[in-house]
Design a binder for this molecule. Structure first.
Ligand code: SF4
Length: 267
């Protein structure tokens, strides 16, 4: 099935009941949780992987989070997710919580309420997002978000469409909005061999990011193939079959290019 038709044929990915203020209680559809995350924000973090994503990134290693209607492990209220979070309070006291996915903006009202409760407990909140939605519910969520981990796939419009089945418009609007808010941002950039690992591309992304003073750090994420096995059981063809993982040398080169442009931390 063509990747673009995945999106167009599945209107429920944008089901408004998950994007607007819902009737009380708000129920979050949570694919899975992890109690000891170390790479999705500062310190040790409690992670909630939210179900549903409208993007179709060719390199996605979590295609099982795409379908908003797919069975999930947990259907919880924000209070129930907080209760689970607090079991790990001692571990995450120097870190916090991160909502990732999938695309957590698909369930903005739920995440907003969960983050609000976390902040009442003095817990740091981070949102890992592709920035694909920017509406009033998302703006309210950002008010209670301490740190945004924003994925930038590419700054080339045509390549963005090919890589994600979406235009880059929303991602750019989100970056601009975060800058206007003065919201701390960590950029995440997946580098995929043969797609976006050439110097021209890497330098263009670095130059784009350098315009934004809210960016505190850039994570260069090497493409890997660890999610490939998830596609077949979902009846999907792995779109990057045969593409090798990014080598350590190429990652080092990408880091050096970013560091030549940016003054923030690049890892
Ligand atoms: S935004 Fe993330 S979860 Fe969604 S398709 Fe892309 S990589 Fe996968």
């Amino acid at each position: 099935m063509p990747l673009s038709s995945d999106i167009q044929g599945e209107g429920h990915y944008y089901n408004p009941t998950f994007m607007k203020e819902s009737a009380t209680p708000i129920i979050g559809r949570i694919h899975s949780i992890e109690s000891f995350g170390t790479v999705d924000g500062p310190g040790i973090r409690f992670l909630a992987f939210m179900q549903g994503c409208p993007m179709r990134c060719l390199f996605c290693h979590n295609p099982d989070t795409w379908d908003m209607k797919a069975p999930v492990k947990y259907e919880w209220t924000p209070e129930q997710l907080l209760e689970e979070t607090l079991k790990y309070r001692n571990f995450i006291k120097t870190g916090g919580v991160t909502c990732t996915g999938g695309e957590p903006l698909m369930q903005a009202a739920f995440v907003e309420e969960y983050f609000r409760l976390c902040k009442q407990e003095g817990i740091h909140t981070a949102l890992d997002t592709s920035g694909v939605i920017l509406n009033d519910a998302v703006r309210r969520l950002l008010e209670v978000t301490d740190l945004v981990l924003l994925d930038i796939k590419t700054v080339d419009d045509a390549l963005h469409q090919k890589l994600t089945a979406h235009t880059r418009t929303h991602n750019h609007q989100m970056m601009e909005y975060l800058q206007s808010m003065g919201k701390p941002v960590w950029i995440r950039h997946v580098v995929t061999p043969g797609i976006n690992d050439d110097d021209e591309h890497l330098l263009a992304v670095a130059r784009y990011v350098s315009q934004y003073s809210v960016v505190e750090r850039v994570d260069i994420l090497p493409y890997h193939v660890m999610g490939e096995y998830k596609y077949e059981p979902l009846g999907l063809e792995y779109p990057l079959k045969g593409t090798p993982a990014l080598s350590a040398e190429k990652k080092k080169h990408a880091l050096e290019l970013f560091q030549s442009i940016l003054s923030c931390k690049v890892v």
